[in-house]
Design a protein around this ligand. Structure first.
Ligand code: GLU
Length: 480
């Protein structure tokens, strides 16, 4: 029987869900769903100083927001594999570390920071530019260890690498990759605090949780030979690895979490009014090229059409404009009810929406449905309709000071008073009539009215504004 596909997304709870993490999670998820497998969410929290409160929860919530629901997680454990947080699995790591020591594959190291630094310096001075652990503690006798312990030193545990061993694996995305153990060094599997390092814990967990495929970011590529060495010592089957390319910004530089000019966290998208379906689609295309011209995928479609052999092997560019464009497409596709619900929380920031009917809100929001790229944008567009602030620019002043303006306004007041309804056709006809009777056309006709009605030179179509404000309010504003 074919082995069941089991994949995992294993974030460290050190912050919010980042676009890179979301991409790893998404492709693991799709991989699982494509092959009827399981998608596991595991927490790698051994770097305790960097853990943040609420990190796990927000990662999980943001994944769910995107529609990526784990089959197993700390909240939804399978007893066969639990627990799902590494700090709750410490005993297990100790057991396996001891096994490695007992079989001569690992050893205690008592060197302190100064000694390690000195050894590195000494290697640099000999022209070695990638110094390694010098194996000072490899063959310590019991007496020597005892002496160190008496000095109060606590050992860490290092893995004893097989010398000259070439480690190759077939990466799902980049093909054959080869490393040589001689370029690595006996690395620490257990810190002196008794907490395992990432490279050690990840192997134990992936094995015990029966993970079949490991899809993760390129930054982990150089960790893979370390991990494979462990699989070899334990005699365990090595999972299939796939390393996704880095995400770069428009200047070709690796996306940095510290770059505040670029939105990178799911929480930011959520707050600004990006739709999860749009972000999902954007991330999908950030690591994978479909076999057709198709540009929009639902989660269900992605599950079926995803083909791992088409995952990109060159860096993916994060293009904010494309993301905005994509989000705009999804906004346009919302039906009226969904659009209204989507836009309401943003409007609620500028106006007491309980005082305005849904019908009116929808009318207002619809004026910009084709225009906005994300929800928050509606706020500035609609604000002038709720509160009047006159544009103080020279251009606006010039328009109000035009010789023809008093005439236009007088005629507008007269005609608006006489129309029977405020429908588009009626109002358009009315403006034509004003043009005929005053001889003023175009900008000089519309701009003064717009300024008096909204205070702004730009915004919604004038006929829509009139309908929205109602005759009484329109008269009030222009008569001022
Ligand atoms: N905790 C690691 C990270 O957040 C996971 C790496 C892996 O998938 O092996 O990068």
């Amino acid at each position: 029987m074919e082995k069941k596909v089991r994949v995992r997304y294993a974030p460290s709870p050190t912050g919010f869900l980042h676009i890179g993490g979301a991409r790893s999670a998404l492709f693991n998820y799709l991989y699982a769903k494509k092959y009827n497998g399981d998608f596991v969410f595991r927490i790698e929290d051994t770097d305790i100083e960097r853990n943040v409160k609420g990190g796990e929860e927000s990662q999980l919530n943001d994944l769910m927001w995107l529609g990526i629901v784990p089959d197993e997680s700390p909240m939804n454990p399978n007893p066969k594999y639990a627990p799902y947080r590494q700090m709750e699995r410490i005993e297990t790591y100790h057991k396996y570390a001891q096994w490695l020591i007992d079989h001569g594959y690992a050893y205690e190291c008592y060197c302190n920071e100064e000694e390690l630094d000195a050894s590195r310096e000494e290697q640099y001075s000999r022209g070695i530019n990638a110094p390694k652990y010098d194996r000072h503690c490899l063959n310590l006798t019991e007496e020597e260890k005892e002496k160190y312990r008496k000095e109060g030193r606590k050992p860490c545990i290092r893995l004893k690498l097989q010398d000259h061993l070439e480690i190759s694996f077939n990466d799902l995305i980049r093909g054959k990759v080869t490393f040589n153990n001689d370029d690595i060094g006996d690395w620490v599997i257990m810190k002196s605090s008794g907490i395992p390092t990432y490279n050690f814990a990840v192997v134990i967990d992936d094995h015990l949780m029966e993970i079949s495929h490991v899809l993760r970011g390129e930054e982990h590529l150089s960790n893979t030979p370390k991990q494979i060495q462990l699989y070899k010592y334990f005699g365990w089957e090595v999972p299939t690895f796939g390393h996704m390319t880095i995400i770069i910004n428009e200047n070709g530089k690796k996306l940095s979490k510290r770059d505040n000019n670029i939105l990178q966290f799911m929480s930011q998208y959520r707050e600004l009014g990006y739709l999860p379906e749009a972000i999902f689609n954007f991330i999908l295309l950030l690591g994978w090229t479909p076999n057709s011209e198709k540009e929009f995928f639902t989660l269900e479609e992605a599950k079926h059409e995803f083909d791992p052999s088409r995952m990109s092997s060159s860096p993916s560019m994060f293009d904010q404009n494309k993301m905005n464009w994509m989000n705009a497409q999804y906004i346009r596709k919302l039906d009226e009810k969904k659009y209204l619900e989507f836009i309401k929380p943003f409007l609620a920031k500028v106006v007491d929406i309980t005082k305005v009917s849904d019908e009116k809100l929808l009318f207002m929001a619809n004026m910009f449905k084709e225009e906005i790229q994300y929800g928050q944008e509606i706020v500035n567009l609609l604000k002038p309709l709720f509160e009047y602030h006159l544009d103080e620019s020279d251009e606006a002043k010039e328009i109000l000071a035009l010789e023809t303006t008093p005439l236009v306004v007088k005629e507008f007041i007269k005609q608006i008073d006489n129309v029977n309804d405020l429908e588009q056709d009626t109002l358009k006809m009315m403006f034509k009539n004003i043009a005929t009777s005053t001889g003023v056309k175009g900008k000089n006709l519309y701009m003064p009215i717009r300024l008096l009605l909204t205070g702004q030179m730009h915004g919604a179509e004038i006929v829509n504004i009139i309908k929205l404000l109602g005759k009484e309010e329109v008269l009030k504003r222009v008569s001022k």
